[in-house]
Design a protein around this ligand. Structure first.
Ligand code: SAM
Length: 241
């Protein structure tokens, strides 16, 4: 967890000092806190050291949650998983371990892919650089998005979900790893704390199963199931009928 502790110390702690303005204006605090403008991930990756700290932070939580996320549903029927915005590859590695017959790949920004090499070395996980908003998605019958949707607005989620839906064959799936809020939005408290955190550092928020299901339905998905895993991230599987 040292990556996340470092990232909390150098970034989040300072962003939280401007919580009041964030809540009033409903937007992240990168400009106010660090004078940074431009694309969101140009902030997270503003230096090599900042990128490393952030991705190591994601990796630490991923090691705890990904084994539970990939085993929350029986994914045996899928032949090829592409983890979209897959970071260091912890979910793709957990999927390969749980489903040895499944090929798996990480699709992420080239600068993140470079860093993922050290974590996936010696495994069969394929690494593919690209931009999930701009570039075509590598083919798969199962896509995963872990802590991606909570970075973005409903509008951007609709675009990405639609793109994934169109890339899938009939019967293909989308596995989502996110902390799920309760459907009445009253909890859990750590989900709401994370939602405030997302307000301060991204364009997104945490959502409930029903809120995700609504967005996925708008993208065309027909069957959706959510599972609480008891780890920092829960799991949702949507199928293209
Ligand atoms: C919050 S991190 C989650 C990483 C990983 N899924 C995990 O759970 O550890 C968001 C990831 O999305 C990637 N990302 C952000 N914008 C992207 C884009 N436009 N195209 C591809 N990947 C992107 C980042 O590089 C980063 O790895």
């Amino acid at each position: 967890m040292t990556g996340y502790i470092d990232y909390s110390n150098t970034v989040l702690w300072k962003l939280w000092a401007n919580l009041e303005d964030g809540v009033r204006e409903g937007t992240h605090r990168w400009k106010q806190t660090f004078g940074l403008e431009g694309g969101l991930f140009s902030h997270f990756y503003r230096t090599e050291e900042a990128k490393r700290e952030f991705l190591l932070g994601m990796h630490g939580f991923g090691l705890i949650s990904s084994p539970a996320v990939v085993s929350a549903f029986d994914l045996t029927r899928f032949a090829r998983l592409v983890d979209v915005g897959g970071g260091t590859g912890h979910l793709a590695l957990a999927a390969s371990e749980q489903y040895p017959q499944m090929a798996s790949a990480v699709f992420d920004l080239p600068e993140a892919i470079e860093f993922a090499r050290e974590f996936t070395a010696g495994s069969a996980v394929e690494l593919i650089g690209g931009d999930f908003f701009q570039d075509p998605l590598p083919p798969a019958d199962l896509y995963a998005v872990g802590r991606i949707l909570h970075d973005w607005s409903d509008e951007k989620i609709r675009l990405l979900a639609r793109k994934i839906y169109e890339a899938l064959p009939v019967g293909g799936g989308l596995l989502i790893a996110e902390k799920l809020l309760t459907d009445d939005l009253t909890g859990p408290v750590h989900g709401h704390m994370q939602s405030l955190n997302m307000l301060l550092c991204t364009e997104g928020r945490e959502r409930s199963f029903s809120q995700y299901a609504q967005l996925l339905e708008e993208a065309g998905f027909a069957q959706m199931e959510g599972r609480l895993t008891g780890t920092p991230l829960d799991a949702l599987l949507a199928i293209k009928a």
